[in-house]
Design a protein around this ligand. Structure first.
Ligand code: KG4
Ligand code: ZN
Length: 345
């Protein structure tokens, strides 16, 4: 039995969780900063770190008390130490270091992207046993769109990545153009029609380079131009037509989802995958979840939406695997942040 504290502060959520055996969530607290950043239409790094400072102590205490756990009961304290916003990462890492060193508890630094993959191990799943490696993993978030081949625990090859914007970033920008607020992904999903949209956007086609790469900047320009032609952007005194906004949101969502699913399918076929893992905030998207399952004839593990967006449980789940592999694993006080850390290269 292992009981691990997971601390996540790489972006705009201060999130802390207690997880048993890498798969059973005992407590999961997420202090969201959405209300603070929403008026700015995106995340303001300085505001994010200031809010982490305010939230980190109470969030750790709440996660421990909800789990009825004392620090001495923990087998390890895990923390995201990259990639992410430097100021935000520093708050979580320094807090974890202080907590671990003052209580003599092992400290484990975790890659945020790897954490998103290990969200698939939560809620008593074990993709390694249930499906077996190799697995194709798509991590689609506000900062990354990475397609990875996972051939074992901790063994990744980067198969494709975005050449420009991340999928979540594209959702956020499109929502701003359509006046739907922040964060954009859930807002676009909320207004999009459940049938095929009347507004269609074409896919990016690459003349050269890696066909498993993604590109979303053309789509972003396409929706901006369409909104300008339709008189929806820049915002003006004429109230926008709700049905038009809905069709544009739907078409945009379909284009992003098609781009993601087609590459996941291609990667799964090329590398003879036994299953698919979806992770990151964009994996909370219901169209993406449905289309992946209906298009690809393989088991698909996609965590519940609350575990796709940033959380501390995925960090603890990943740390559990690392400790299984090396029970003496522990960083010392020199654990550093890696704001641009990548996975699989
Ligand atoms: O993984 P995450 O919580 O934070 C990062 O690591 O970036 O991802 C946040 C991103 C945001 O861009 C947000 O718009 C997007 O995930 N997102 C969604 C949905 N929920 C969150 N995108 C599409 N559909 C959703 N339902
Ligand atoms: Zn994330």
């Amino acid at each position: 039995m292992s009981r691990i504290l997971g601390i996540e502060s790489s972006c705009d959520e201060t999130a802390v969780s207690v997880v048993d055996n890498g798969n059973t969530i005992v407590s999961n607290i997420i202090a969201s900063q959405v209300d603070i950043h929403a008026p700015h239409g995106g995340i303001v790094p300085e505001l994010a770190s200031r809010q982490h400072v305010i939230n980190i102590g109470p969030t750790v205490l709440k996660a421990l008390s909800d789990a009825n756990t004392k620090i001495e009961d923990l087998d390890a304290i895990s923390v995201t130490n990259g990639p992410g916003l430097a100021g935000s990462l520093m708050i979580g890492v320094n807090f974890a270091k202080a907590l671990a060193s003052s209580t003599d508890t092992p400290l484990i630094g975790i890659n945020h992207l790897e954490g998103h993959i290990y969200a698939a191990w939560l809620e008593r799943n074990d993709p390694a046993k249930d499906m077996g490696f190799p697995l194709v993993c798509l991590i689609a978030s506000g900062g990354h769109t990475d397609l990875l081949l996972m051939e074992g625990h901790g063994k990744y090859t980067l198969l494709g990545k975005t050449r420009d914007d991340a999928a979540g970033e594209a959702f956020d920008k499109a929502a701003r153009v359509l006046g739907l607020g922040f964060p954009g992904g859930p807002a676009i999903q909320r207004v999009a029609p459940t049938r095929r949209s009347k507004e269609q956007f074409s896919q990016a086609h690459f003349k050269s380079g890696n066909p498993l790469d993604f590109s979303f900047s053309g789509l972003k320009t396409a929706i901006l131009n369409r909104a300008k032609i339709l008189g929806l952007y820049p915002p003006n005194s004429t109230p926008p037509s709700e049905s038009l906004i809905s069709e544009l949101a739907g078409g945009f969502q379909e284009a992003i989802v098609t781009s993601l699913v087609s590459r996941v399918l291609q990667a799964a076929q090329t590398y003879n995958a036994n299953g698919i893992i979806l992770g990151g905030g964009v994996a909370a998207n219901s169209l993406l979840r449905e289309q992946t399952k209906s298009t690809i004839d393989l088991p698909v593990i996609v965590p519940p939406p609350i575990l796709c967006t940033d959380n501390g449980a995925m960090i603890a789940a990943c740390a559990h695997q690392k400790l299984e592999h090396d029970p003496s694993l522990s960083s010392d006080i020199s654990l550093d942040i890696h704001p641009t850390w990548r996975l699989g290269i």
